[in-house]
Design a protein around this ligand. Structure first.
Ligand SMILES: Cc1cc2nc3c(=O)[nH]c(=O)nc-3n(C[C@H](O)[C@H](O)[C@H](O)COP(=O)(O)OP(=O)(O)OC[C@H]3O[C@@H](n4cnc5c(N)ncnc54)[C@H](O)[C@@H]3O)c2cc1C
Length: 423
């Protein structure tokens, strides 16, 4: 058995975020000797909207992490909530009587520590305060040498997994990741008792921000997390983030009302988002997972569920490779094929959806309007598609497509009539 002080690990994972810790869990569960190197020390914060969707809940449930969080009352189910469309049509539903909810809000400071602890319990090794700066593949031995800039110990492993987040300096160095992340998002916690937010989770689409949006989610401790997602393709680009983050808090009629007049707001923090998936996420004895691989949905900016799915696929691929004693590039390519099949191809539909929302924001109005008439079931279907529980092509199902198309036409006609009457 490889230990922290000697030997060669089967796998070394760089980054103990959602992707790295989940992968370490699944590898250790299979008895694979795993080392995780993390530049920070836990508990550590990660800038995020804290919305954990159904697909991610399946992994957390398997690991026992979700049960622990619920028992400790550290997660808040998003039972009461909805959406405000670009022209201000509001829909709020209530799923508190349902058994299942699409989203649970969990602070990342809590979630990420629980995840790495779960991996350690399975047998994974963690080294904190270790910023990986150099990785060299020793071809003749089939081994990676991994080092830090502070004269710390050198580690060795047969497989290197890059899970260092959206900026992915390592992924770029290794030639797998190209260019900067395309999108960005802000975050600020609003202290419990200082806000007026009566719901568990609401998405707001201020017209200027489409295809981006703002989100408010209530946490278990009563704080509310406020995020402003800038997704390229519309009027705004990433340089507008600071201005818009503050502007919506004060001036957007719905967001300012939900937050209240005297909120105790955390200073704005922001982080980049790399979405859509990178074209090659594998190499010789090498895989890249999570945000580093761009495994984020271009229409929502959410990535926790995909990071976890990809982490599990990566662990299974490595297990198979080890059984066959084949960790070469051609064998590991199946990891890329599998995550593309599982969710990556759907990102192409998300990109089309982004274009539709920019060109026809009335589509979002129609959705809110139909939800008002049809209620929670319609909203849940939409939520499942948006959060990846169902594919984006599901929007073409007659039970969704027909009401949305009719409502879009009805709203258009109504607006034309209003414009004519106003002349
Ligand atoms: C503002 C914002 C809001 C978001 N909201 C949501 C949301 O509500 N729901 C959702 O599903 N997704 C959301 N996302 C996306 C989500 O945060 C990511 O998809 C998720 O964190 C991906 O996890 P990861 O492990 O790939 O990367 P990260 O969580 O970024 O983890 C990377 C880890 O690698 C470590 N690291 C980096 N470099 C090195 C190095 N050289 N050596 C050692 N360690 C290193 C870092 O310290 C970090 O711990 C949001 C993103 C942003 C920016």
């Amino acid at each position: 058995m490889a230990t922290i002080n000697d030997d060669v690990f089967d796998v070394c994972i760089v980054g103990a975020g959602i992707a790295g810790s989940t992968c370490a869990y699944y590898l250790a569960e299979k008895g694979i000797q795993t080392l995780v190197l993390e530049k920070k020390k836990f508990p550590r914060d990660k800038i995020c909207g804290d919305a954990i969707t159904e697909r991610a809940q399946i992994h957390l449930n398997h690991m026992g992490v979700l049960q622990e969080i619920i028992a400790e009352k550290k997660g808040n189910w998003a039972a009461l909530g909805g959406l405000v469309s670009p022209s201000g049509i509001e829909y709020y539903g209530d799923s508190s009587k349902e058994q299942e909810h699409l989203v649970i809000a969990i602070k990342r400071k809590i979630l990420d520590e629980k995840l790495i602890q779960a991996a350690i319990k399975q047998g994974a090794n963690l080294v904190e305060n270790y910023t990986v700066t150099e990785t060299t593949f020793l071809e003749e031995k089939g081994i990676w040498s991994i080092t830090c800039d502070k004269n710390k110990k050198e580690y060795k492993a047969r497989v290197l997994i890059v899970a260092d987040g959206a900026a992915s300096h390592l992924g770029r160095k290794l030639g797998l990741v190209d260019g900067p992340p395309q999108a960005t998002c802000s975050r600020a916690y609003i202290e419990s008792g200082s806000h007026q937010f009566p719901y568990d989770g609401v998405c707001y689409y201020p017209p200027k921000l489409v295809p981006g949006y703002c989100a408010l989610f209530k946490e278990a401790d009563g704080d509310v997390v406020y995020c402003c997602y800038i997704i390229p393709g519309g009027e705004c680009d990433t340089s507008h983030l600071t201005e818009l983050h503050h502007k919506f808090i004060k001036e957007d009629p719905f967001i300012s009302k939900a937050i209240g007049s005297n909120p105790k707001l955390e200073k704005m923090k922001a982080a980049p988002i790399r979405f859509g998936g990178i074209p090659r996420s594998y190499g010789n004895h090498l895989l890249i997972i999570g945000d580093a691989a761009g495994q984020i949905d271009p229409v929502t900016g959410e990535g926790i569920q995909y990071a976890m799915d990809a982490a599990e696929i990566a662990a299974k691929t490595i297990q198979n490779g080890m059984k066959r004693n084949n960790l070469g590039e051609r064998f590991l390519k199946q990891y890329h094929r599998k995550w593309m099949k599982s969710f990556g191809r759907d990102f192409k539909w998300s990109q089309r959806m982004v274009k539709v929302c920019v060109k026809y924001p009335i589509f979002l109005d129609a959705f809110a309007s139909v939800s008002k008439r049809k209620g929670d079931k319609f909203m849940t279907e939409w939520g499942k598609i948006m959060t990846g529980s169902k594919t984006k092509i599901s929007f073409f199902m007659p039970k969704l497509a027909f009401p949305l198309a009719f409502e879009t036409l009805r709203l258009r006609r109504k607006r034309k009539k209003h414009a004519k009457d106003a002349k």
